[in-house]
Design a protein around this ligand. Structure first.
Ligand SMILES: *Cc1c(COP(=O)(O)O)cnc(C)c1O
Length: 495
């Protein structure tokens, strides 16, 4: 780790080559002068294939990822991505289909999308599904644009507010604000539910809708979910379901049957398509028949045995180029087929059991935010008795030293020193016991010497990053002298 590994630019030398092209066997013509580059090409490294592969493989091995370590990042559902998904996505007839190919020549791809629309609708209790949005956040934007179009279509222009609980993910209020709504915050009560009195006091003829995550971001099931939906509907508003936590209730609760009007699915969370740096996401959306005419198109429809692109009558328009992130749709379809209905229910039952196991094994050292059975994730607090100077950030950094990706920290915002742990159903008891042992070891280390945690990570390639300096003095482009000066400072390993 401390040995100097020159970055790829330093490895380069003129004449090192990674490709060999065959001799040209067609006539050549000179390019017009105005198309020719006139200045020098600087800093484009010349390297052999071996060197390029080693460079990128080395960098990739320094990442923490779900294929190398438990990744209990709460709210993000970093579950294992089955490799059969990758095999399906690489079937040439699917991988090589061109987005501009006609529907007649893309029947297999359209069938897959049609079936996925159907399956997601069935799992969640919605009649209609659009696969277009590329992420949960874009699904939210789609949903709130649909709410706006729905109210406008009824000639109801007085609704200017969207209600959002104080525990919500930041994308909820951001979405409502982007669509031009005023965000009205609703408080949580002592049990971690929406405070019903506060909700009632904030509903009015100005309410366009409410955005709600269930289970919520404290990992708790909203016990009055039916009443909440009924109250919002009685006020003339619509219910948006943030489906990021769908992994807790598959096959158990259908949001459409409980009173939600619209919801997004994070295919990259619940349905095992790669997440974050692993690839593009998919934030497919489902809704009731009343909102279906406003969905972004095109969707896939079926007449007889023929699949075709259809755009809903009052569609808000297209929200993503072409047909959404098709590669993700293949993976999600494959996952659903592999699991089956009973398998999906078992996913949620196991995810909930795993989170409660961890909660019960750690709550004596790390206080639980709300003392209840949790759903698929538990929110603890990084407040260790006997180590008052240790914070959640220190615990997270120390986990890296033990080779485990930290949980989500400082979210939800309403829980001080929040440590949000989501093991998912794909961790074995053995792995969870390892995590629990490490968390208990870290608590003991904190009590013995707080500095052990303050200095963490000490075993990682990159030490604790100076976030203030990074923000004030960002180095956005490679430069040899700056690089050398930085790594000459004590405590900095080379990268
Ligand atoms: C992940 C998440 C989102 C946003 O989803 P993206 O796909 O990351 O845009 C919204 N709400 C909650 C609760 C989430 O966990």
């Amino acid at each position: 780790m401390s040995t100097f590994e020159p970055p790829i630019f330093e490895l380069a030398a003129p004449g090192r080559i990674g490709v060999s092209l065959p001799a040209c066997d067609v006539p050549t013509t000179a390019l017009p002068a105005h198309l020719l580059r006139s200045d020098e090409l600087n800093e484009l490294p010349e390297l052999s294939e071996t060197e390029v592969i080693r460079h990128f493989t080395r960098i990739s091995q320094r990442n923490m990822c779900i294929d190398t370590t438990m990744y209990p990042l709460g709210s993000c559902t970093m579950k294992y991505n089955p490799k059969i998904n990758e095999e399906a996505a690489r079937i040439p007839g699917l991988a090589a289909v061109h987005p501009l190919q006609s529907a007649a020549l893309s029947q297999g791809a359209l069938r897959l999308m049609y079936e996925l629309q159907h399956d997601l609708g069935e799992i969640s209790g919605f009649s209609d599904v659009s696969l277009q949005p590329a992420a949960g956040a874009q699904g939210e934007l789609t949903g709130i644009l649909v709410f706006k179009a729905y109210h406008a279509d009824r000639g109801d222009h007085a609704r200017t507010e969207i209600l959002v609980p104080d525990a919500a993910h930041g994308t909820n209020p951001a979405t409502a604000a982007m669509v031009g709504y005023k965000v009205v915050e609703v408080k949580s009560d002592d049990r971690g539910n929406v405070d019903m009195d506060d909700l009632k006091s904030k509903l009015s003829e100005r309410t366009a809708g409410m955005m709600l995550t269930n289970p919520n971001t404290v990992g708790l099931f909203e016990e009055q979910i039916r009443e909440i939906c009924a109250l919002v509907h009685a006020a003339g508003g619509l219910m948006y379901g943030d489906g990021a936590n769908f992994n807790a209730i598959l096959g158990i609760v259908k949001p459409g049957a409980v009173g939600f009007d619209f919801m997004h699915y994070n295919l990259h969370k619940t349905f095992t398509t790669p997440h974050g740096g692993g690839g593009p996401g998919s934030g497919a959306v489902g809704c009731t028949a009343a909102l279906a005419p406003f969905l972004p198109g095109p969707l896939v429809g079926k007449t007889g045995s023929t699949y075709a692109w259809v755009t809903p009558a009052k569609s808000i328009g297209q929200v993503k180029a072409f047909w959404g992130n098709f590669g993700m749709l293949i993976r999600a379809w494959t996952y659903i087929r592999m699991m089956g209905a009973a398998g999906l229910r078992l996913v949620s039952e196991t995810a909930v059991l795993n989170a409660n196991y961890i909660q019960s094994k750690l709550s004596d050292l790390y206080p639980v935010a709300v003392d209840r059975f949790c759903m698929h994730e538990t929110v603890l607090k990084g407040q260790i008795v006997g180590a008052p100077g240790v914070h959640t950030l220190d615990i997270a950094k120390r986990l890296i030293d033990y080779g485990i990706h930290p949980p989500t920290v400082y979210f939800p915002l309403i829980v001080p020193e929040a440590l949000m742990i989501e093991p998912t159903e794909t961790e074995s008891k053995h792995n969870m016991d390892h995590f629990i042992t490490i968390m208990r070891t870290i608590a003991a280390e904190a009590v013995a010497n707080e500095d052990t945690l303050h200095q963490a990570p000490t075993r990682a390639v990159v030490r604790r990053v100076d976030e203030v300096r990074a923000a004030r003095n960002p180095i956005l482009r490679y430069s040899k002298p700056v690089f050398e000066a930085y790594y000459a400072e004590p405590g900095h390993h080379t990268v």
